[in-house]
Ligand binder design. Structure first.
Ligand code: DLL
Length: 435
């Protein structure tokens, strides 16, 4: 454990620390950030109204639209000269979401990531290959500084150039691979094609994040790479990677509560839900100087467990993110997330973890039917026709019985679905397909 005093702090003490930091943050934002002063005035709430932790619910939410409206520096609470780093996430339309950091913020970020790496068994003796994109994306530099903070060796390969990644991985005795689950699959696939057996290499741990990954997908990656894989979560708006990370118990990701206060809300009403219930994760920064964000609506669907973990850490655990509210597909009234479909695809032998969900987008992702393109393994592809028909029928039947949706399934050739070195795009609008 990197910081046992903080990581195992008993709840009353942890909550007292949170309240103190929340009060200070709210006061600073009210005095320094006109956006928050206006939003709080509109709701008739003053910094002095925050007396207990549950008073958090009195504060306004912050949304992605607010980030765009306040672009570039509207949410910043320090003089511009104090900013030492800026990251941004592009999104699909409009201005990017900007995230600014002071020197102290970078230390806090490094500490969050380092704690997380230590929690999943990484030590200063390890060599990490950071194959997340470097640049405006927070993945590369976020993990880079975290690993350095821990005292481990970093190979900053960035994403892409997979053959070179494999060469370095073997020559430099890489023990930890850090990337998106999608890229981990490309690495496994390329290794197989090149006849490289990574199970014989030094590689022992994978730290994967930035996109959803079902348990079945994780099993598949672990099997192919001969590693144990851990989940790391975060988002540009509130920090970057390292908001939450799994420990070796793998029973949820610890959110570093000395830096963040999480809430779960009903995404339709905004009402705060009791512990354990599933809903949208809302995050509040309580230790950031440059850009503390109040009640950021992440759109990520998860639930929280407050019981102390078997590892001894007391910080709350969030369940794996099943999907985003904006990725939810409504098929004839039944709500499904791509990761639920992924789970089913991978439960059928002969199906590879490469797929696309084609929808006729009407209002959001409300549609009458979906078409799933699922890649089959080389062995299944060269098998006889009746086996392929069997795979397809099994998929259709399982989707119907487990998720209650009627889907058209198309089995496609090995390697025919576009691979991603970063985040995979699983949902494709049919109109895009025909472009
Ligand atoms: O993806 C930060 C990050 C980098 C996290 C590297 C982990 C590792 P954004 O590009 O702003 O930041 O995207 C944030 O990605 O709201 C989730 O929807 C999704 N996401 C991130 N981590 C996970 C995860 C980075 N472990 C958005 N599981 C978030 C599922 C994840 N979804």
């Amino acid at each position: 454990m990197l910081d046992p005093k903080i990581e195992t702090m008993e709840r009353p003490e942890l909550e007292a620390l949170q309240l103190k930091r929340l009060q200070k943050t709210v006061r600073r934002l009210y005095n320094r950030v006109p956006f928050y002063k206006n939003a709080m005035d509109k709701m008739g709430v003053k910094p002095s109204d925050i007396k207990v932790l549950s008073d958090l619910a009195k504060l306004p939410f912050t949304t992605k639209t607010d980030f765009r409206d306040e672009y570039p520096y509207g949410l910043v609470a320090v003089p511009k000269d104090d900013i030492v780093r800026i990251h941004a996430s592009s999104g699909t339309t409009g201005k990017p979401v900007v995230s600014c950091y002071t020197k102290k913020d970078l230390e806090m970020w490094g500490d969050c990531v380092a704690r997380g790496l230590a929690a999943c068994g990484v030590t200063p003796k390890d060599t990490l290959q950071v194959a997340f994109g470097y640049g405006l994306f927070t993945g590369g530099l976020g993990l880079h500084y975290g690993a350095q903070y821990l005292g481990a060796t970093v190979i900053p390969t960035g994403a892409g150039n997979t053959q070179k990644q494999l060469m370095l991985m073997q020559d430099m005795d890489t023990s930890v691979l850090v990337c998106t689950p999608s890229y981990a699959l490309i690495i496994a696939e390329t290794a197989k094609a090149e006849g490289i057996n990574l199970k014989k290499s030094n590689l022992r741990i994978g730290v994967f994040g930035a996109e959803p990954c079902s348990e079945n997908m994780r099993d598949d990656i672990e099997r192919k790479l001969g590693i144990r894989a851990y989940n790391i979560y975060g988002l540009t708006e509130t920090l970057g990677p390292g908001v939450a990370v799994e420990c070796t118990c793998r029973k949820g990701m610890h959110i570093w509560e000395d830096n963040f206060i999480p809430e779960i809300i009903n995404p339709d009403t905004g009402e705060v839900l009791p512990p354990g219930e599933k809903g949208e994760l809302v995050l509040t920064n309580i230790s950031r100087e440059a850009q503390s964000i109040l009640r950021y609506r992440t759109h990520d669907i998860t639930s929280l467990v407050y019981e102390k973990c078997e590892c001894g850490r007391t910080h709350v655990r969030m369940d794996r993110v099943g999907g985003r509210t904006d990725d939810m597909i409504k098929v004839k009234g039944v709500n499904v997330f791509p990761s639920q479909i992924e789970s089913i695809l991978l439960s059928v032998k002969g199906v590879e973890p490469h797929y696309q969900i084609i929808v006729d987008r009407r209002d959001g992702f409300v549609c009458d039917d979906i078409e799933i393109h699922a890649e089959v393994s080389e062995a299944a592809f060269t098998d006889n026709m009746s086996n392929l028909i069997g795979i397809k029928n099994e998929l259709v039947a399982t989707l119907q019985s487990v998720l209650g949706i009627k889907a058209t399934v198309k089995l496609v050739e090995p390697h025919s679905i576009k691979r991603s070195e970063g985040k995979s795009k699983r949902i494709i609008d049919r109109s895009e397909l025909n472009k």
